[in-house]
Design a protein around this ligand. Structure first.
Ligand code: GDD
Ligand code: MN
Length: 384
C-alpha cells in the first residue's frame, strides 16, 4: 500500500518543555479539520526533564486513534534551536512546513492561516508576525522588548530583509524553496537565514499575539545574542557575494557583446578595403565580384576574431571549426535579412528617418546575431 504524504509537516523543537509539550500537541491536533492530514515532528535535544520520554509515551497511547501522525527525533545533546528545526525539516514529508515553539507562545489557531497562505494563496513564506498591525507581545519585560526590537532593526537595515518580524520563530514555507540551499543554522535565527537566502520570494505576514510562557524558562541567553551577531555577519557576507556574482555575470555578458560589436565594426572596414583592393588595386574585377570577395573575407575574419577573442574558444579541430563557421555564416545572413526588415518597418511603417532607422536596425540585428552565435555557434549559456 502506498503511503501518502501528509499535507503539512509541523516542526516543534523542544528543550525542557515537559510541562508544555503535550498541551501544545493536543491543541495542534484540534486546529485541523477531520480529513486533513498533518504530521507533527518533535525535535528534542535529550531534555534533562524527560520531555522526550513523555512525548514517546503520548505517541504510543495515541497511535490507534489518529491518522495525524506525531513523531519524535531524539538528538544526543542541546545543539541549538536553528539546527533542531533544520533536522526536523530534513525529515518532513509534506511540501508545506510549519515551524513553531513548544511553550504556548505561538497560538496554534494561527497555523491554519499560515498553511492557507502557502497552499491557497501561493505565498512562498508566511510569517506569524508581532510587528504588523494587529500583532502584539504579551508578558515581556522592557529589556526583552528592546533586545527584540534592536535585533529586528539590525536585520532589516543591514541585511535588507523585507519582513517586519524576521526574528519570528513561528512561520510556514514551501519546502522546495530550500532545495539546493545550505544553512549555517547558528543559534536561534533560522527564519532570518531563510529570508536572506531566498530574497525576492513572495512573503505574507499574519498578525498574532506572542504570549510569554507560563511554565519553564526561556533558553535565550547571552550566548544566543552572540550567535545572533555572528550569524548577521555571515549573512551579510553571503548577500555581498551573491551581489558580486550577479554583477560579474552581467559584466561578462556586456563585455562579450561589446567585443562582438567591435568585431562587427572591424568587419565593415575589412569588407570595404578588400572590395576596393579587388576592384581596382591588385586586380580589376567587376565590382559585384569584388564586393562578394569582400563579404566572404570579412565574414571569415569576423568569425575567427569572435572565436578567438569574443568567446575564447581555442578548439580548432577541423570539423568543429567548419561547423561553427557554417552556423556563423547562416546567422550573419539572417542578421542581414533582419536588418533589412527592421529598416523597412521603421522607415515605411513608422516614418522614422533613414539614418536613425539604420542605427536601430544595425544595433538590433547585431544583438540578435550575438545571441544566436553565443548560444548555438559557440554553445555558451545565454546568461553567464
Ligand atoms: N531541540 C531544541 N534544542 N529546542 C530548543 C533549543 C535547543 O537547543 N533551544 C530552544 N528550544 C526550543 C524551546 O523548547 C522552545 O520550544 C523554542 O525552542 C523557543 O525557545 P525559548 O527559549 O522559549 O525562546 P524564546 O521564547 O525566548 O524566543 C522565542 O521568541 C523569539 C522572538 O523574539 C522563539 O520563538 C524565538 O525563535 C523567537 O525568535
Ligand atoms: Mn519561548
Amino acid at each position: 500500500m502506498k503511503v501518502e504524504n501528509p499535507q503539512v509537516s509541523i516542526i516543534v523543537p523542544t528543550y525542557n518543555e515537559s510541562q508544555n509539550i503535550i498541551g501544545v500537541l493536543k491543541s495542534i491536533r484540534k486546529c485541523f479539520p477531520d480529513g486533513f492530514s498533518a504530521e507533527t515532528i518533535v525535535v528534542d535535544d535529550n531534555s534533562p526533564d524527560g520531555t522526550g520520554k513523555i512525548v514517546e509515551e503520548y505517541i504510543s497511547d495515541l497511535k490507534k486513534f489518529t491518522k495525524n501522525k506525531i513523531s519524535i527525533i531524539h538528538r544526543k545533546a542541546k545543539d541549538g534551536l536553528a539546527s533542531a528545526i533544520l533536522n526536523g525539516i530534513q525529515n518532513a514529508r509534506a511540501d508545506t512546513i510549519v515551524v513553531m515553539d513548544s511553550d504556548f507562545s505561538h497560538p496554534p489557531q494561527i497555523i491554519p492561516k499560515l498553511v492557507s497562505a502557502i497552499k491557497q494563496y501561493q505565498y512562498d513564506i508566511a510569517i506569524a508576525s508581532r510587528y504588523v498591525k494587529g500583532g502584539a507581545v504579551d508578558g515581556w519585560s522592557l529589556k526583552r522588548k528592546i533586545i527584540s526590537k534592536v535585533a529586528t532593526l539590525i536585520a532589516r537595515k543591514s541585511l535588507g530583509v523585507k519582513s517586519n518580524d524576521p526574528m519570528s520563530g513561528f512561520f510556514a514555507f514551501r519546502k522546495n524553496l530550500i532545495k539546493g540551499l545550505s544553512f549555517d543554522a547558528i543559534g536561534y535565527k533560522i527564519l532570518l537565514e531563510l529570508l536572506v537566502k531566498t530574497k525576492g520570494v513572495k512573503i505574507q505576514e499574519i498578525p498574532y499575539t506572542f504570549q510569554d510562557r507560563k511554565f519553564g524558562s526561556s533558553k535565550l541567553d547571552s550566548g544566543i545574542v552572540i550567535d545572533y551577531i555572528k550569524s548577521v555577519f555571515k549573512l551579510y557576507r553571503y548577500g555581498k557575494n551573491v551581489e558580486k556574482q550577479e554583477q560579474r555575470t552581467s559584466v561578462r555578458f556586456l563585455s562579450k557583446a561589446a567585443r562582438f560589436f567591435t568585431v562587427g565594426a572591424s568587419g565593415l572596414g575589412v569588407n570595404y578595403l578588400v572590395s576596393l583592393l579587388f576592384a581596382d588595386g591588385i586586380s580589376n574585377l567587376w565590382y559585384i565580384h569584388a564586393t562578394t570577395i569582400g563579404i566572404i573575407v570579412s565574414m571569415t575574419t569576423n568569425f575567427l576574431l569572435n572565436k578567438i577573442w569574443t568567446f575564447s574558444d581555442k578548439d580548432f579541430s577541423l570539423i568543429k571549426t567548419l561547423k561553427q563557421y557554417g552556423k556563423f555564416v547562416v546567422f550573419s545572413s539572417l542578421g542581414a535579412l533582419l536588418q533589412l526588415g527592421i529598416v523597412f518597418y521603421l522607415v515605411d511603417v513608422h516614418d522614422i528617418s533613414y539614418p536613425i532607422s539604420l542605427v536601430g536596425a544595425v544595433g538590433l540585428a547585431a544583438f540578435g546575431n550575438f545571441i544566436l552565435n553565443k548560444k548555438w555557434t559557440f554553445k555558451e549559456k545565454l546568461w553567464n
